[in-house]
Design a protein around this ligand. Sequence first.
Ligand code: NAD
Length: 296
Amino acid sequence: MTRIAFIGLGNMGGPMAANLLKAGHALRVFDLVPGAVAAAVAQGGVAATSARDALEGADVVISMLPASRHVEALYLGEQGILDAIPANALVIDCSTIAPAVAKKVSEAVTARGMAMLDAPVSGGTAGAAAGTLTFIVGGAEEALERARPLLGAMGRNIFHVGGSGAGQVAKLCNNMALGVIMAVTGEALALGAAHGLDPAVLSQMMAVSTGRSWATEVCNPWPGVLENAPASRGYTGGFGNDLMLKDLGLAAEAAMGVGAAIPLGELARNLYALNSKAGRGGLDFSSVIKLAAPGE
Ligand code: NAD
């Protein structure tokens, strides 16, 4: 049994914390949203009154926050927890953030003698709930060995891709591909529907053909095609459009840093920006299909 401070209990962090509780670990949980804390308490967690309070007695600190600024503020901000992390604790940030910020926070944590991993995830809210996430890890091998049993309680695949910040780079590469694939899958289904095809039949065909992807098979953007996809519940409860927009912005920054050309990634970033401006920033990113099929 590991004593864990779990900070950030949103669409991903909530079910991840629930799986750690199910595996028998002791969690002190904190989120700015009281309802999110209450949900984790109902699963067996102990409510903390602040991020600092969550750290009491922790062997491991796990954070799952929206973006770079939240992670930087949590660890290094004026009210930051850096000086309150128990000695010898292992820190694991699972948020998707800028590689440079991951490195900066990790340097500050390791300078105090603790180990830190960047361990962003892939697999969506369904993967978080089912405990089948993929962890994409940057940091020291020994730290990963310590983290492995906990990551194994929340996920199925663990990839060690390099040193601090490398997990974030790999995650951005994955999400850039996902962002492009989702947008073009939406276009393909809208094109077929405009020709009178049934998007469900078109999706079933694509799912066993060369156009298959996570977007056709798991998170199909057309409402009603897959019962459990966000599209079938008003695009709620998935991976927010604005989180995808953030990731594509991070990919663009990362590309500029090394002079890489990512024309499709940049185009996709603009599509998700337009989708956000159309009022769908808080909805699942598969709602980008509305740009191609506004009436559906
Ligand atoms: P979310 O917005 O649902 O949850 C984030 C939670 O963090 C919220 O509950 C918020 O209240 C809380 N929070 C923010 N600042 C805080 C602070 N200082 N202290 C405590 N709590 C704080 O986001 P999410 O969908 O759970 O995503 C979290 C991260 O995981 C993001 O970086 C996202 O890019 C990444 N991610 C999401 C998905 C997905 O499908 N949703 C998939 C893979 C990766």
